[in-house]
Design a protein around this ligand. Structure first.
Ligand SMILES: Cc1cc2nc3c(=O)[nH]c(=O)nc-3n(C[C@H](O)[C@H](O)[C@H](O)COP(=O)(O)OP(=O)(O)OC[C@H]3O[C@@H](n4cnc5c(N)ncnc54)[C@H](O)[C@@H]3O)c2cc1C
Length: 468
């Protein structure tokens, strides 16, 4: 039986990064992935394919709505969804091939099959051809990720009632797409099909979209998606059931007044969050504890209730984000090697890749109010930015929250063009505990969208923005 210092179960961004860092630190490392393609949810049915489709649909939308204004005359563009999906598959393949290369480069042994603990130190691998293999390991990192969840009364048929996974592989553009859940994944995939011509209706139980983020961002995103893509939002609406009849989907809903109504469409995307995935992993057998939401319990060092077994990524508590999983992958490998790494969970940015993009890091105003912390606010709209006017991307703003007494930046909340990239500046500033004045006094290239960050900091620190 082959023996390893460490075995990683699951080859998503948490697992493959953990494996690479373990190998870099000199551990003999194995990784077990049940699917033939490495990369997990993120590379295969998550971050990468959704961004590929977001980019393609954005090109289509711009060709249809903005080229003429830019002085570019073309024949009316048509959607070739088959080619769009094919290109997306190509992007996924290149990314997955990259992970195969990294496993080889770092001399990590890859096993393809479903892993189940036989004992704390032996793992059974069930392969697709029915054969079995067993390996021995001193330590294990569980990085088995998550799967889409659903609501009581909704059965996903994967044809008309779909999750994000099927939404990335549709063979036609829906005429009327009903999205249950106004969170990140629903709004991103809704944007893809909204840009390609679907009439999109979002049904959300809460009184706002992207509920975890600063309230101002959701409000602005809702306004712009309605204005640009004709999205309809049914907030404070509770879905009670979904049925199909032929090509028609009927969603039963209780409206804000608790009255039953029905919404009809040809596809219904259920995007109400994801649940940790630990099926047939054998956790009971070895005594690894899970909490009441199915997440593997870990201590501050990401160790489970069993010595030598760690867990990271979507399968444990915290934001379900690829970069959070990656940080934990590195962290856990370094802990095993006796180092003293650190993750500041408050500084893990959250991004929504709609247009305008939404990005945030640190505390929201609501959280600061709850903490009773005194803070100042500064903001700067993109309509006052020369760079944004040049590209006609004037929706949105940057908002900076800073401690009232010390001026330290406590939270940055952005909606606007390319803010998914811009948020990195806020992360760096906050990691080094910069004050709003520190950032306001740094030179930001002109004309760039990043000038909005400088202006919002000028506003926060001393209410003296220049360009407004
Ligand atoms: C549509 C969509 C878009 C997203 N976009 C973004 C984004 O833009 N940015 C972002 O940060 N996050 C995004 N996410 C979330 C991101 O994909 C996840 O947070 C991330 O993949 C979690 O990484 P992980 O390594 O914990 O788990 P996963 O990526 O889920 O990987 C777990 C792996 O473990 C394997 N596995 C499970 N059980 C076993 C077993 N017993 N034996 C062997 N293998 C097993 C699974 O097959 C899987 O490959 C998106 C998700 C979706 C669905």
């Amino acid at each position: 039986m082959e023996k390893f210092d460490v075995t990683v179960i699951g080859a998503g961004p948490g697992g493959y990064v953990a494996a690479i860092r373990c190998a870099q630190l000199g551990m003999k490392t194995a990784i077990i992935e049940k699917y033939p393609a490495l990369g997990g949810t993120c590379l295969n049915v998550g971050c990468i394919p959704s961004k590929a489709l977001l980019d393609s649909s954005e090109h289509f939308y711009n060709a249809l709505h903005h080229f003429e204004e830019h002085g570019i005359d073309i024949k009316a563009p048509k959607v070739n969804l088959k080619q769009m999906i094919e290109r997306k598959r190509g992007v996924v393949k290149v990314s997955v091939d990259g992970i195969n290369y990294l496993m080889k480069k770092n001399k990590i042994t890859v096993y393809t099959g479903h892993a189940t603990f036989a004992t704390k130190n032996t793992i059974d691998i069930a392969k697709a051809d029915g054969s079995k293999e067993q390996i021995e390991t001193a330590k294990t990192i569980i990085a088995t990720g998550s799967k889409p969840s659903t609501l009581p009364g909704i059965e996903i048929d994967k044809k008309r009632i779909i999750t994000s996974t099927e939404a990335l592989e549709l063979s036609e553009v829906p005429k009327n797409l009903i999205i249950i859940g106004g969170g990140v994944i629903g709004l991103e995939l809704g944007s893809v099909y909204g840009r390609l011509g679907s009439k999109v209706t979002v049904v959300e139980f809460m009184d706002r979209i992207i509920p975890g983020m600063d309230a101002g961002l959701g409000k602005e995103l809702q306004r712009v998606l309605k204005k640009n893509l004709g999205f309809e939002f049914l907030l404070k609406h509770k879905v009670t059931g979904v049925k199909t009849s032929g090509k028609e989907v009927t969603v039963s809903v209780l409206n804000a007044k608790d009255e039953p109504i029905e919404i009809k469409g040809d596809y219904c995307l259920v995007s109400v969050g994801r649940k940790p995935y630990t099926d047939n992993l054998g956790l009971d057998k070895i005594g690894v504890k899970v909490d009441n939401r199915g997440r593997i319990e870990t201590d501050d060092h990401l160790k489970t209730s069993v010595d030598g077994i760690y867990a990271i990524g979507d399968v444990i508590k915290g934001a379900m984000l690829a970069h959070k999983a990656e940080e934990e992958g590195t962290y856990v490998a370094e802990i095993m090697a006796g180092q003293k790494p650190h993750i500041d969970y408050n500084l893990i940015p959250g991004v929504v890749y709609t247009w305008p993009e939404v990005a945030a890091v640190g505390f929201t105003e609501e959280q600061l109010k709850e903490q009773g912390r005194k803070y100042k606010t500064g903001s700067f709209p993109f309509k006052a930015s020369g760079r944004a006017r040049a590209s006609m991307d004037t929706d949105g703003f940057v908002k900076v929250l800073a401690d009232e007494a010390t001026d330290e930046i406590l939270g940055v909340h952005m909606i606007g063009p390319r803010v998914a990239d811009m948020i990195a500046e806020a992360v760096v500033a906050m990691e080094y505990r910069a004050s709003a004045e520190d950032v306001a006094r740094m030179s930001h290239a002109h004309p760039t969208f990043t000038e909005n960050m400088k202006e919002a900091c000028l506003d926060a620190t001393a209410k003296r923005p220049i360009h407004i």
